[in-house]
Design a binder for this molecule. Structure first.
Ligand code: NAD
Length: 485
């Protein structure tokens, strides 16, 4: 037997302790070599006055073992309690959320027999920075951040995952027909990295039609990689349409630490009754065994579990008269899996995992080194909180101001160009973007010109709520144009 690997385990709340006990029992019997450190997280910790739901000492265990098997927890209702999942994910830099969504037809009811899709969701960026502002009486803003290193890490992870798991295709979903710079970067990085994996097919879909296709014909997809928000929504959709939310596990992978869990919550109403299905957490634990390279144990557990599904030994949530054979509780289900360790499924595809060559540094996630682009300041957008009239009145007034070395180019409202020109039908809020460009077209400006412009606007009584500098990078425009411009 190999050297035991230390892992950190949290038993969680609600059904958590029962499904964790069942999972650990199966792992113990499978020959997995594990040394368990237990930590307390969740409701008790929250209610003891720790708003993050996790003690300082628990972070030490996680940093030591670098592997976290986590049961679901209950986030108490009411304000002030931060989501532990988000805290753990961000603190430990768990940039990849991996969720296999598989149907187990004909043993578990599903609308999509044959579905076997893995959603790889970027987990740190996009709108999940939670950087939001109310800027005017009428308008709020959320910042969407997509970085090149963040996109490279997740896209590379998706291709490496596909290669390791013998997957044939990686699909990318974005909305780069609208968000040409942010989603455009994600798509561009996808295209660049895809060329390094010629044996794996690649394709890109706009997320709306891609999502529709995924919900309708999931068998058209294999691995799907996407930015955070689309991944959040579509990983739930994919798990649900596989017919098996209670059966899905997930991995949150970082460069140093990884966390494994079921996708469902703590189902408090089912707690303490020996009813809950431990399969989601168990399949999360299988991903953990693969991650720590105990692939034989991972295969033994996964195949015994598949065989249990085939034999119709089901918990209440998936039990169906005519399909299932025996309705069992949490403990009995675990025992049924233990009895089948060493067996394989007869109809469902059996699980096969490849060992991963461990590299000293996570080479596969290293950012491609390139020279820094030449950045030139070519203008500024000044956003005004203004509600004293129409777009043309604002345009007239501001273009009449002495703006120093800059001149007013356009005004837009919520992205639509309203001056010069514009249409009477366009609804205008109190949030105006005034784009200032150099008096001499194509010249480069300095920050002092922006400061002086803001001063003049302020003196003229305008409420500038924010500015965005307009840059070119290696001569390429680094800002979007107005809609209708
Ligand atoms: P939930 O997933 O806990 O439960 C929804 C329903 O699904 C349950 O009522 C139950 O009927 C069924 N169910 C879920 N898991 C099951 C299982 N293993 N076996 C059998 N049936 C199962 O969602 P919820 O009720 O919205 O949330 C309950 C609590 O869980 C909340 O406090 C929420 O914050 C928390 N939560 C935690 C996590 C996590 O820790 N990762 C994730 C989601 C929700």
């Amino acid at each position: 037997m190999s050297e035991p690997v230390s892992i950190t385990v949290a038993h969680g709340d609600g059904i958590g302790p029962e499904i964790m006990a069942a999972t650990l029992h199966i792992l113990e019997q499978s020959g997995a070599a594990l040394k368990i450190e237990t930590i307390e997280i969740g409701e008790k910790v929250y209610l003891a006055g720790n708003s993050s739901g996790i003690e300082e000492s628990s972070w030490e265990s996680l940093r030591r073992t670098k592997v976290f098997l986590k049961a679901p927890i209950t986030t108490p209702q009411g304000g002030g309690f931060k989501s532990l999942n988000v805290t753990v994910r961000k603190t430990l830099g768990l940039y990849a959320n991996v969720r296999p969504c598989v149907s187990y037809h004909p043993f578990v009811q599903t609308k999509h027999p044959g579905m076997d899709v893995v959603i790889v969701r970027e987990n740190e960026e996009d709108v999940y920075g939670g950087i939001e502002y109310r800027q005017t009486d009428q308008v709020t803003q959320c910042l969407k951040l997509i970085s090149r290193p963040g996109s490279e890490k997740i896209v590379r992870y998706a291709f490496e995952y596909a290669r390791r798991n013998n997957r044939k295709k990686v699909t990318c979903f974005t909305k780069d027909n609208i968000m040409k710079i942010t989603d455009g970067l994600f798509h561009k990085v996808f295209d660049e990295i895809a060329t390094q994996y010629p044996e794996i097919e690649n394709e890109h879909w706009i997320v709306d039609i891609g999502a529709a296709k995924l919900a309708d014909t999931p068998t058209a997809f294999d691995c799907v990689v996407m930015p955070n928000l689309y991944g959040d929504v579509l990983s739930d959709v994919a798990a649900q349409i596989a017919g098996s939310v209670g059966l899905a596990g997930s991995a949150n992978i970082g460069e140093k630490v990884a966390m494994f869990e079921a996708i469902h919550g703590s189902a408090p109403r089912r707690a303490g009754q020996n009813l809950a299905n431990p399969s989601g957490l168990l399949l999360g634990a299988v991903m953990m065994l693969v991650h720590i390279n105990q692939t034989e144990a991972a295969e033994r557990v996964h195949n015994a579990w598949l065989r249990t599904m085939e034999d119709g030994v089901h918990t209440y949530d998936i039990y169906k008269e005519g399909i299932s054979k025996e309705k069992v509780g949490t403990k009995e289900f675990a025992e049924a899996v233990v009895q089948r360790l060493g067996q394989s499924p007869q109809i469902l595809k059996s699980a096969k995992y490849q060992k991963v060559e461990r590299k000293a540094a996570p080479e596969e996630t290293v950012t491609i080194i390139r020279t820094k682009a030449k950045k030139e300041l070519v203008g500024v957008d000044v956003f005004l909180d203004w509600s004293a009239g129409s777009a043309s009145e604002l345009g007239m007034a501001i273009s009449g101001l002495d703006a120093g070395d800059l001149k007013l180019g356009t005004i837009s409202n919520r992205g639509v160009k309203v001056w010069p020109g514009g249409h009477a039908e366009t609804f205008c809020s109190d949030h105006w973007r005034c784009r200032f460009l150099p008096q001499i077209e194509g010249s480069i400006i300095g920050p002092e010109e922006i400061v002086s412009l803001l001063k003049r606007l302020n003196e003229a009584g305008y409420d500038s709520i924010k500015t965005e500098n307009l840059y070119n990078f290696d001569g390429e425009r680094g800002y979007s144009l107005d809609q209708g411009a």
